[in-house]
Write a protein that binds this ligand. Structure first.
Ligand SMILES: Nc1ncnc2c1ncn2[C@@H]1O[C@H](COP(=O)(O)OP(=O)(O)OP(=O)(O)O)[C@@H](O)[C@H]1O
Ligand SMILES: [Mg+2]
Length: 340
């Protein structure tokens, strides 16, 4: 095996995949450094699974190049499969095998020597919280356990890189937490790419995010870089009682770009701003200025006799906002049929 330790985990250049009449992946290029945990995001049909299948050597690309740890996947797919732990979408499992029997069989296929496989299996079952169900039939497992069998299989041979296609789909919050911890425990030892629709999940686990839409890479960066690029704004949540017109007037003096909005679900416009029985209401203040205005805003509001301030918080935009902005921007740009 010629896994070159100095090569990036993934180097993807101008990757294209066309199915008959459909360009599922359209000139995607990116690189992933060793040890990074990458979140792969995109709406349904964006091309995430297709890209992952190509990266793991399971389907060929139409054009473009992919190197995994320096190995070109187009000509050496079998070698790539050996160094990538892959949990495919929907994680198909043979229904009639038992958990440990199945993982043992997969371990042998991955050429883990018999002498090492037993202890490694115990370790992985423990790590994936599967020891209690190791003798159960796969077809009778709960969804959470099935997902964790998929993850166990992906990490079994201790590959340098792991690709998991929606590892937390359909899981309850408790199971999501277990899977999140499991992925976090791989940090520093393996390079991981996971796709997910659960954005807070990605934000908590991943170092960097790639967003694809209609087969094209529309954004990449850390969540905070993406917030800056796509939202270009800072938001504060203010809880106050008093004259709204006075609040608006005094704030616009310090920042003319400041917008005042009601939080979602609390109506819009001056009249409908939700008010609690004691006369306090919450509003978002949004500024496009780069410098932090928080301190000046608090000072101005605290000095207004007609306004009582109860709380003031910096409100972080969610990755959902970035995702919607990034995919909307690309829909706006690509409004003609996709090139073939
Ligand atoms: N085997 C195939 N034959 C024809 N078209 C396909 C095939 N696999 C995927 N596609 C098409 O390619 C596009 C990308 O699909 P892909 O499954 O990669 O998206 P995805 O981002 O994984 O979506 P999801 O979030 O729903 O899993 C879609 O239009 C899909 O219908
Ligand atoms: Mg998919």
């Amino acid at each position: 095996m010629t896994d070159s330790p100095s090569a990036p985990a993934f180097e993807v250049s101008e990757l294209v995949k066309s199915y008959r009449g459909i360009t599922a992946v359209n000139k995607i290029s990116f690189s992933v450094a060793r040890g990074e945990i990458i979140g792969f995001l995109g709406p349904n049909g964006a091309g995430k699974s297709t890209t992952m299948r190509i990266l793991t050597g399971y389907i060929p690309a139409t054009s473009g190049t992919v190197r995994v740890c320096g190995i070109p996947v187009a000509t050496r797919a079998e070698e790539v499969k050996r160094i990538v732990g892959y949990m495919p979408e929907n994680n198909p499992l043979p229904e009639d095998m038992r958990v440990s029997e199945y993982l043992y069989y997969r371990g042998r296929l991955k050429e883990i020597p018999r002498s090492r496989l037993g202890p490694r299996l115990d370790e992985v079952l423990e790590r994936c919280d599967l020891t209690r169900v190791r003798h159960r039939i796969l077809g009778q497992l709960s969804k959470g356990n099935r997902q964790r069998v998929g993850i166990a299989e992906a990490i079994l041979a201790e590959p340098p890189v792991i690709i998991m296609d929606e590892p937390t789909i359909g899981l309850d919050p408790h199971q999501i937490l277990i899977v999140r911890d499991l992925i976090a425990s791989l940090r520093g030892r393996m390079t991981v790419i996971i796709s997910s629709h659960i954005l807070p999940e990605i934000e908590m686990t991943c170092d960097r995010v790639l967003i694809i839409n209609r087969g094209q890479l529309v954004a990449q960066g850390t969540p905070s870089e993406l917030r800056r690029e796509f939202l270009g704004r800072t938001r504060y949540l203010v809880e106050y009682a008093g004259d709204s017109a006075l609040l608006a007037g005094s704030l616009r003096l310090i920042d003319p770009t400041l917008q005042i909005e009601s939080p979602p679900g609390e109506g819009t416009g001056e009249a409908s701003r939700a008010e609690s029985p004691d006369g306090f209401r919450k509003v978002f203040l949004t500024t496009r200025q780069e410098s932090d205005q928080g301190e000046s805003i608090i000072r101005i509001l605290a000095a207004q006799p007609g306004i009582r301030l109860r709380s003031f918080t910096h409100s972080h935009a969610s990755l959902e906002d970035v995702f919607l902005a990034a995919t909307k921007r690309s829909w706006d740009i690509v409004d003609s049929p996709l090139p073939r």
